[in-house]
Design a protein around this ligand. Structure first.
Ligand code: SAH
Length: 339
């Protein structure tokens, strides 16, 4: 039996048709799940007893179990336990424009980036659409808030869980469900080229962010092994095409690691490779971890790096920091739990 939160509106409608139910039943059920937020089929009191029985025998409605909740000034970190006892984490940030939630897309991650906690723990499995959707629903309930922005930047590589990611986006974007605007959704990838091309064809108006972290192949392959499969030149060519075909700007994420990728030379090289791409660069102060040797770049080097990019007329910001005190960087809370 599948969790009912796995189903896009169209998929649920199809399933209900198979159960000889009419279309308006799909609207009613979506309304109970996503607007009224009931937690059992029995609470859906405008459905017939017969239909409730059918739902119970065809779907589950399990929620996520909160295992830990850490709170800092404007960030909350949640650790959830899934039905198979795996753990995932979500980070809620209180921004000036509303609440933004960073969600996980996999249990662990196979990309093995050398600076990242999530990769140390290897992928166990993909998250289902329901496990992604429920991160939002549980947190809205716990905090009694409406989340306006979603970033798929937590544990996992979303493009390594592509089909579930697309269903997830469909559900949260649907006005009958969570109604989160496409432009308020950001997917972050390490650069899986075939999936970037597929994503481009969907023309979803969702923001795409790409973890770059190095301006040349040698260094990028050391930091991010995926670069050996999808090297920089090809990645940048794909992304340039993406911006032209979709008319959307791409965000490049660049973590600054002391003495590794943060020199003036790296900054200049970065400007050269980004020339002519409609983009925006997000410089990220590294969140250090006791298990990994990299250090955060010195403040003065971060500013110097920023200035060089700015002077080339490339849009650039230094990411506001959330939650370094509470292990809110990618994978850190889960890593504490598992190690
Ligand atoms: N796999 C996807 C999304 C998850 S990682 C991707 O690679 O984009 C989300 C972002 O957090 C990536 O840019 C990743 O490189 C970055 N990140 C990982 N560990 C970090 C740390 N300790 N400090 C700061 N950023 C980190």
């Amino acid at each position: 039996m599948e969790n009912i939160y796995n189903f896009t509106y169209e998929q649920l409608y199809e399933k209900l048709q198979q159960l000889q139910e009419k279309k308006y039943r799909c609207d009613q059920i979506y309304d109970w799940l996503y607007k009224k937020r009931v937690e059992s089929f029995d609470q859906m009191n405008n459905l017939s007893k017969d239909l409730i029985a059918k739902l119970k025998s065809n779907f589950t409605m399990d929620h996520l179990k909160l295992s830990k909740h850490e709170i800092d000034k404007d960030v909350d970190k949640f650790l959830f336990q899934l039905s198979d006892e795996a753990y995932i984490e979500s980070v809620l940030m209180h921004q000036h424009y509303g609440y933004s939630l960073c969600i996980s897309s996999q249990v662990g991650c196979n990309m093995s980036c050398s600076f990242c906690e999530s990769g140390r723990l290897k992928k166990v499995r993909n998250l289902s659409p329901s496990e992604m959707v429920l991160q939002i629903i549980e947190i809205e309930k716990i905090k009694n808030i409406k989340i306006s922005h979603i970033v798929v930047m937590g544990i996992g590589e979303p493009f390594d869980n592509y089909d579930n990611l697309i269903d997830f986006i469909n559900i949260i974007n649907n006005p009958k469900a969570l109604e989160i605007g496409s432009r308020h959704i950001t997917v972050s990838t390490c650069g899986i080229i075939p999936k970037i091309k597929e994503f481009e064809k969907l023309n979803l108006q969702v923001n795409l962010a790409v973890s770059l972290h190095a301006p040349n192949d040698d260094l990028r392959s050391k930091l991010m092994p995926i670069n050996k499969v999808y090297p920089l030149k090809e990645l940048l060519k794909t992304l340039k095409e993406y911006t032209i075909k979709t008319g959307r700007r791409i965000t490049f994420e660049y973590i600054l690691l002391d003495g590794i990728n943060d020199t003036e030379h790296h900054a200049k090289q970065l400007c050269t490779i980004l020339k002519g791409i409609n983009c925006y660069v997000n410089l990220i102060p590294y969140n250090e971890s006791s298990n990994i040797l990299y250090k955060r770049s010195k403040k003065s080097n971060i500013l110097k790096f920023y200035d060089i990019i700015k002077k080339e007329d490339i849009n650039v910001t230094i990411r506001k920091e959330f939650g370094s005190k509470i292990s809110a960087a990618c994978g850190q809370l889960r890593a504490k739990k598992e190690v």
